[in-house]
Design a protein around this ligand. Structure first.
Ligand code: TXA
Ligand code: MG
Length: 332
């Protein structure tokens, strides 16, 4: 698709952006916090393009943007505290991490295989677009991995260039700081990331104390990559060259390894050898493999190029003891 930038005041902006999202493309979307790099949150291959465009070497769970509380409730479960926070601060710079509903249509890559989902209702044009589109959009900040979050359309233009289908220019972001992320659990509010909404405002509105993590960086790392992250219980072997009849083999591009034809189950991440499709299938295949009753999950070597880097990163984490690997790159 042709790269272009249009002002959100343009009559066709809403329709153009919806068309790109419907076709699995990427739209740079102004929000009150920072610009977001948006894709259909239910479409795994579209979400894979977000990671590819950002050049991020690992998969972090993304924030799902909704246009209403009703839309959010189709996908996640609100407790009373979460409900009062949403009522007080949505639309606005607050993201809630909530348990996912079992039948949720949000793609597993959007939530990096977690059983929780980060949801936020932005205001203004972003909200209108999501309402018009009719389902949530996944959107991290619109910057290359390791870069600074973009608060103006021309920042995005120079940073992401032709990696996106459409840039919507809504002028400078009014808040200019990412949303505050909290997790509610058993009537408790835990701060995962400080942001555009102050803790004081949250405490004043709820009459509750917000619990801060002892170690601020752990608060950001932990959600995506550490203990709470989905990891198979079945031992996982990466770069496998042989398999036994008790193993489940996860392959790529139809590749066979010694013994794989006799293995319990063989799952292909992408028969056509497409790394975007492989990324979209990764978490679901790991879950299926884990539930298969296999003794081990043997994963064939996956090319380390483009999205292959993030796929290999995730597989390495799944293969290693859970506490050994942290997430050094906290610029999402
Ligand atoms: O203001 C914002 O929040 C912007 C705009 C575009 O909405 N978005 C943004 O997204 O900053 P991103 O992807 O750059 O940051 C999302 C953060 C990450 O640190 C990620 O680990 C965390 O949210 N996150 C996402 N899902 C989570 C989950 N299920 N549990 C815990 N943390 C989660
Ligand atoms: Mg970010």
């Amino acid at each position: 698709m042709r790269l272009h930038t249009i002002n959100i005041e343009e009559k066709t902006a809403l329709e153009d952006a919806c068309a790109v999202l419907t076709h699995g493309g990427l739209v740079v979307l102004p929000t009150e916090t920072v610009y977001g790099l948006a894709a259909d949150a239910t479409n795994g291959e579209a979400v894979a393009k977000i990671f590819e465009a950002k050049g991020r070497p690992s998969f972090n769970p993304l924030i799902c943007h909704v246009s209403s509380l009703e839309m959010a409730r189709q996908y996640v479960v609100f407790d009373d505290t979460a409900l009062s926070l949403a009522n007080a601060f949505w639309p606005g710079p607050l993201t809630l991490v909530l348990p996912i509903k079992p039948d949720s249509k949000i793609h597993s890559l959007t939530r990096a295989g977690l059983d929780t989902l980060a949801v936020r209702m932005p205001g203004g044009f972003a909200r209108d677009l999501i309402e018009h589109f009719g389902r949530p959009v996944a959107a991290p900040s619109a910057n290359r991995s390791g870069g600074i979050s973009a608060t103006r359309a021309n920042h995005v233009q120079s940073d992401l260039g032709d990696r996106v289908d459409l840039v919507l220019d809504g002028g400078p972001a009014s808040i200019g700081l990412e949303s505050t992320i909290v997790k509610t659990r058993n009537g408790d509010i835990e701060l995962l990331r400080p942001g555009g909404l102050s803790v004081d405002d949250i405490e004043r509105a709820t009459g509750m104390t917000v619990r801060r993590q002892q170690n601020a960086s752990a608060a950001i790392e932990a959600p995506g990559m550490m203990t709470s992250h989905y990891a198979p219980r079945t031992p996982l072997v990466i770069n496998a060259t042989t398999a036994t009849p008790d193993d489940c083999v996860i392959t790529f591009a139809g590749k066979r390894i010694t013994g794989s034809d006799e293995s319990l189950l063989i799952l292909d991440l992408s028969e056509r050898g497409d790394l975007g499709e492989a990324a979209a299938n990764l978490f679901d295949h790991m879950k299926t493999a884990d539930a298969s009753g296999a003794e081990r999950i043997c994963v064939v070597p996956i090319p380390i190029k483009g999205l292959g880097e993030a796929i290999n990163d995730r597989l390495t984490r799944a293969a290693a003891p859970k506490t050994e690997i942290g997430d050094a790159d906290r610029h999402d």
